[in-house]
Structures are given as C-alpha cells and as structure tokens.
Design a protein around this ligand. Sequence first.
Ligand SMILES: NC(=O)c1ccc[n+]([C@@H]2O[C@H](COP(=O)([O-])OP(=O)(O)OC[C@H]3O[C@@H](n4cnc5c(N)ncnc54)[C@H](OP(=O)(O)O)[C@@H]3O)[C@@H](O)[C@H]2O)c1
Length: 331
Amino acid sequence: MTDNRQILLIEKPTGKLGPEHFKMSSAARPEPKDGEALLRVRYISLDAANRAWMHGATYRSAVEANSVMAGGGIAEVVSSKAEGLAPGDIVFADTGWQDYAALPAKHLTKMPKIEPLTYLLSVYGIAGLTAYFGLLDIGKPKAGETVVVSAAAGSVGSIVGQIAKIKGCHVVGIAGGKDKCHWLTAELGFDAAVDYKDGALFKALRAAAPKGIDVYFDNVGGEILEACLPQMNNYGRIACCGAISQYDGAPQATGPRGVPGLIVVKRLVMQGFIVMDYMKERDRALADLQGWVASGQLKVQEDIIDGLENTPKALIGLLAGENRGKRMVKV
Ligand SMILES: NC(=O)c1ccc[n+]([C@@H]2O[C@H](COP(=O)([O-])OP(=O)(O)OC[C@H]3O[C@@H](n4cnc5c(N)ncnc54)[C@H](OP(=O)(O)O)[C@@H]3O)[C@@H](O)[C@H]2O)c1
C-alpha cells in the first residue's frame, strides 16, 4: 500500500527556491527494523535553515536531489521495535516531509504530551531554545542595555525580543514591512521597530537605538549586519544565529564591511552558536520559557499551514517573509 505521501527535492536550486524544485510522490509505509519506531508525522517545522541545507553540508549533512526533503517534525509513534518507545508517544525527529518515517530510537527525542502540541515546535522547540540560549548565553544582556534583533517578527526573533524585554532591555526589532513593525511594538511590546525594506535602515536604526547597540542578535547577516556594526557600543556582543539574507540564491561576493576593523576598535565579541550544543541545559530554559508563557510575559505566535502538499509553498513563503512567528505545516 503506497499511503506514505512524500515531498521530494528533485533538483537543488542555483537561484531562488521555487515550486519546480519539489515533487509530490508516494511510497510504501516503511517497516521499522529492530531499534526503530514507525512514526506518523503530525507537524513539520518550516525553518529558514531548510534552504541553507540545500547549499551543502552545514551542522548537518546537505540535502540531496531526488530524496525526501529533510525537516524536523513532531510525530506520534505508531508502532515500535525500540525499547522505551510505545504507540502514542510523541517525539521530535528529522522526519522529512512525509506522512510516515521509520527511524532509530537514538535519533528521536521523546517529548511531553502538552496542549497545544504545536508549542513543541515553537516556544518549547528549537525556536524558543535558540532564542533563549543565543540571547542569554552569547548576548548576555543587562537591564537598561539596547538589544537589536533582525528577522524580529520570525519564529526565533519574536521570542528573542520578548525575552530581552523581560530582562529589562530597550528592544529594537528589524523586520520587513510596516505591518510587521507595528505588530512588534503594539502586540509584542518591543520599544521600537525598523522596517529594513523602507530604504533608510542606518538612519532609522540610529533613531530607534539612540544610545547605540549593546547586543545584536543576528538572524540575517548581509546588509543588516553591516548597518548594525558601526552602531555597536564598545564591548558589545553580536550573537550570530543565522544568515537568512544569504540562503535563498547566490550569496553576496563580499561584506559586511567593518570586519574586522570595527570589531577590534569597539572590542566586540561576535560569536556563532548552534542550539544543539545546549541540549543538556534544555530543562533550565524550558522552566523559564514555561514560566514566562504562563505569566503572559511571553506571547506565542504560530503560523500553521494545513496540508503536506503545501509544504514547498510554505517554505518559499517563509523565505519571502510571509510568516509571523513560528511557521509549520499540519500534516
Ligand atoms: N543557530 C542555531 O542553532 C539556529 C537554530 C534555529 C534557527 N536559526 C536561525 O534563526 C534564523 C531565523 O530562522 P527561522 O527559521 O526562525 O525563520 P523565521 O525568522 O521564522 O522566518 C524567516 C524570516 O526572515 C526574514 N527574511 C527573509 N529574507 C530576509 C533578508 N534578505 N533580510 C532580512 N530578513 C529576511 C523574513 O521576514 P521579513 O518580512 O522581516 O523579511 C522571514 O519571515 C535563521 O537565520 C536560522 O538559520 C539558527
């Protein structure tokens, strides 16, 4: 029975990602081997990094043409030949874009059964943990300091800004378009928001962060990083989380300007991080995140698209800035 719908990446894009790079297919439902569990995928996480994986190996191996598109997801165990996993258990795994996957237990993270389940991908998932550890461990914000975050209306960025507010900082979000900027200040409590598509980024950033920037949480790299660098205060910290501006299409040939000159003169610390390195400390982060959600200090924004067949469109849309908060697909 070929009831396992799958979305294949049929060709790696050289320019912008489009629907032509994907194909819907179907295969037999896989049989779990010893040590594996059969999973029914419930929600697929849409991440800017999905596009970055098409360029080559990163912190994980590259996704290859003619294979099921890779991606993290929340899934339910259907049957198990692995110790410690039983039907009905909820796991997070790199399930790929498909209905069913059979995966070794060592590649699955057992998750609590919470309501709504989607929080396991948003605030209590990779997005929330990335925001938490990147901001607090690398950015080290102190009350009264100015924190700037790019892709601020996205899944990671919207949480970064809210945690920075909780820590007593002056928070500036950078996002595309007036509506998103209004949402950041009116709904999420950011002190200011800058529309990077408006053409006067440097000046607008100066007005929004008049005392300079102490912490820049960089989700995008490129021109926005270049605009932030000269506005960093001495001993400022830049948490390099990702580089969305470089993912979809050919990366820019040069830049950003100011590296390393400004880093030296301003004594900046610029550090990359991968959230997986913090998994041993996850419980501490989850306790804080849960507390803030419960007290209403941290608002959870999710953007749920219905239907596996819409996953390619949902990723293409995310790269174009369609989403607010955590985008995912309900399978
Ligand atoms: N280091 C880690 O461990 C780790 C873990 C998870 C995610 N990440 C990184 O976190 C960042 C956020 O990823 P996400 O998956 O949560 O995506 P997201 O922020 O939910 O969505 C991507 C957003 O990026 C913005 N964007 C797209 N192109 C842009 C450009 N050229 N310049 C500026 N903004 C642009 C769009 O919003 P606008 O409308 O504002 O343009 C879009 O909504 C990515 O860099 C990702 O790689 C890192």
